[in-house]
Design a protein around this ligand. Sequence first.
Ligand SMILES: C[S@@+](CC[C@H](N)C(=O)[O-])C[C@H]1O[C@@H](n2cnc3c(N)ncnc32)[C@H](O)[C@@H]1O
Length: 299
Amino acid sequence: MSYHSPVLLKESVDALEIKPDGIYVDVTFGGGGHSKEILSRLGENGKLFAFDQDPDAHKNALEDERFTLIPQNFRYIQRFLRFYGAKKVDGVLGDFGVSSHQFDQAERGFSTRFDAQLDMRMDQKAEVSAQHIVNYYSQDDIANILFQYGDLRNGRAMAKVIVAAREEKKIETSFDLKEVLAAFLPKAKEHKILAQIFQALRIEVNQELEVLKEFLTQIPEILTEDGRLSVISYHSLEDRLVKRFIQKGMFEGEPEKDFYGNFSVPMAKVGGLIVPTKEEIKNNNRARSAKLRIAKLKN
Ligand SMILES: C[S@@+](CC[C@H](N)C(=O)[O-])C[C@H]1O[C@@H](n2cnc3c(N)ncnc32)[C@H](O)[C@@H]1O
């Protein structure tokens, strides 16, 4: 089975407008699909840095002098680029979320299909797993996570049932959780609702929204004057943060306007939203929710 089929490959790499001698960063290396495409467009003096926090992905590291794998969370992008001597870069590509490999490995606990320990940590050294959340978080915190990250209107009722069940017996596996929440999973909607529950837990385990915000905030300081940001999101919470940061330079509220009603933002969008073609979705179902946004520094 292949590690991962890259999504919006040509579109996201075209967006970087690669200069043969430029320095580029792929913050979500995974199976290296996007990285290979970037390298194929770089000349011999070009450079590519790639981040991934999952040791499974490190096994795919590319044998190429122009390539450096940084086995870290991309929330520390600026710090590690500095460490490797790159203060400014010509382009940053992000392809967020989970790889097919992570979904397909039962023991990682990302998939609703397998009976596995509720793990979902992308970085296996991290302390909080999905099992920890369902067994030790307060009822209110579980309710908020299900409601906010999974868009589950009955998150509060689900949290109550989880807390009652764990007092009887620890919730250890994905099928334990399914059983506990059986009353909320009518056959016709079981798959969809479970996917929402798992998405909510995964976002909390990996602090995905906090990480994304920290990452985006560093981009204006990292990009060269005509550098490009090219990012693919897979759910609306992520896409909303990307879109807002590009439009308003912040994630909540409104920027302060000057006397003339103008506000200054660090980035400007390049083109509109790009989504995969029907053909791509037919060939790769994981592409179905992908949204690509491109930005550069405002001059
Ligand atoms: C959708 S996959 C990327 C696939 C890749 N573009 C390819 O073509 O194979 C996302 C990858 O990013 C990694 N990842 C997700 N969040 C991360 C983070 N905050 N820091 C570092 N790596 C992260 C995951 O471990 C996963 O391998």
